[in-house]
Design a protein around this ligand. Structure first.
Ligand SMILES: Cc1cc2nc3c(=O)[nH]c(=O)nc-3n(C[C@H](O)[C@H](O)[C@H](O)COP(=O)(O)OP(=O)(O)OC[C@H]3O[C@@H](n4cnc5c(N)ncnc54)[C@H](O)[C@@H]3O)c2cc1C
Length: 420
């Protein structure tokens, strides 16, 4: 078997890793100068800046099968959150990840007592079934599910909206309740962590030992019974099999497969400071109606992300606001001024502003029915993509595993349920 994998994101790299480990000849063609796709880290003036704020859930099953956590030197983001509100902030422990910290949380006035009890009860309920089974069941939005559980609008507005909105990239909690239940469980089973040198270390680790050719864009596939001709920006290559692991819109273009590709966008601003404005280590949640959904002083838990004596703040603005970069920076600073005062905020230097137009694909209730399979019109061309599972690190990696398993005839791995 001589396999070409198109795309060096998490799905493609995982497929290539599995194939390589099982003795197949495999090479990855990646259009960019580096691997990682949507998971990359840049060095900006000595700051390690991720391309968008994202975290690794250590409980993701596919991640556990393929990632060496010790080598990544993972740094956990402390549980809990700070709920910013007009005139102050509520600091809360994390009943999601640890029902035992409920007492700490009780002092936070943003959540009613009954909501705190419900969070703890939900954590216990969702702990029982196999995690992947939580993806299935009622076809409702996260918002409807939370309302059905009896949570108050106040708790949804102040906590669930921004906290889970930061994961789904939708503060309105319109995504499927199955995803909410799954992520909730991932948070109770493990940690939300970031490699010491940034999220880009994850794809770099997966790529180690694999033949990856960067700066090679695949422009067209022509499949025949005896193999596949792969036209690239560098000429034509031949393979017995091809796994297309590009982003969903590009998979559609190359294979005509119906991969979900309605984009969910998000915008990220990273600031550097030479003085510490805040020693808070928890995720900070912005008020509804504002620009800031969540913010984190990343260097407070992971000093390696900033140069010596410097500090790194990441700010997430959901969607793609209709403001130019200057106005957006200005608007975010105005909100940060309410937290820290304008004199302190003037000390922040904007390091990067990224509008990620295709961060995830839309996952409303029932999105499962729109997922792609691994097959294409050609028997020797397969798909590996989050678009076969869910828009997440788990979804991308399990899809890569399954595409490889199909080529290898590994029945056990190919029949693993979604999310397992
Ligand atoms: C800002 C942001 C925040 C996120 N937060 C989280 C989070 O906290 N937790 C979580 O689990 N998930 C999160 N996600 C989702 C997760 O990162 C993605 O689901 C996952 O990385 C998708 O991987 P992929 O390999 O399927 O696709 P991609 O990462 O899109 O990889 C596709 C690769 O194919 C390459 N390519 C495309 N076309 C061609 C071509 N023609 N020729 C050669 N190469 C090509 C691309 O350059 C790219 O490298 C987030 C995503 C973003 C962007």
């Amino acid at each position: 078997m001589n396999v070409i994998v198109v795309g060096g994101g998490l799905a493609g790299l995982t497929a290539a890793k599995v194939l390589r480990e099982r003795g197949a000849r495999v090479r990855v063609l990646e259009q960019r100068a580096e691997v990682g796709g949507r998971v990359r880290t840049r060095d900006i003036d000595g700051f390690r800046v991720d391309l968008g704020f994202q975290v690794l859930f250590t409980a993701y099953p596919a991640v556990r099968r393929h990632v060496d956590f010790a080598a990544l030197d993972l740094v956990a983001i402390p549980p809990g959150a700070v709920i910013r509100k007009p005139g102050g902030a509520d600091r809360m422990g994390d009943p999601v990840r640890d029902a035992a910290v409920l007492l700490d949380t009780l002092s936070a006035s943003s959540l009613h007592f009954s909501d705190k009890v419900r969070v703890a009860r939900l954590a216990l309920q969702l702990k029982v079934p196999p995690a992947h089974s939580l993806l299935y069941g009622s076809e409702e939005s996260t918002l409807d599910f939370l309302r059905r559980q009896g949570f108050s609008y106040a708790s949804i507005d102040a906590f669930f909206g921004p906290f889970f909105g930061g994961i789904f990239l939708k503060r309105d909690l319109s995504p499927s309740a199955g995803l909410f239940r799954y992520y909730f469980r991932m948070l109770t089973d493990g940690e939300a962590a970031v490699p010491k040198l940034g999220m880009g270390e994850l794809p770099k680790q997966l790529a180690r030992g694999t033949d990856v050719r960067t700066n090679v864009r695949v422009t067209r596939l022509d499949a025949a019974a005896n193999g596949v001709r792969v036209q690239t920006s560098n000429g034509v290559e031949e393979a017995s099999h091809v796994i297309v692991a590009a982003s969903p819109p590009e998979i559609r273009r190359l294979t005509a497969a119906d991969v979900p590709s309605t984009p969910v966008s998000s915008t990220y601003l990273y600031y550097g400071a030479s003085v510490q404005l805040d020693d808070e280590t928890r995720l900070q949640l912005g008020t509804s109606g504002g620009l800031i959904n969540n913010a984190l002083w990343s260097s407070n838990t992971n000093a390696a992300l900033a140069p010596r004596h410097a500090h790194l703040l990441s700010v997430t603005v959901l969607g793609d606001p209709p403001l130019d970069d200057k106005a957006l920076d200005h608007g975010v600073r105005a909100e940060l001024s309410r937290w820290y005062g304008p004199d302190e905020v003037a000390k922040l230097r904007l390091l990067s502003l990224d509008r990620v137009r295709f961060a995830q694909f839309a996952q409303p209730p029932g999105f499962e029915r729109t997922l792609a399979g691994h097959a294409t019109p050609w028997p020797n061309v397969l798909i590996a993509s989050e678009g076969t599972s869910m828009s997440s690190i788990q979804g991308a990696m399990e899809s890569g595993e399954k595409a490889a398993a199909i080529l290898l005839g590994d029945v056990e791995a190919m029949s693993r349920p979604r999310g397992a």
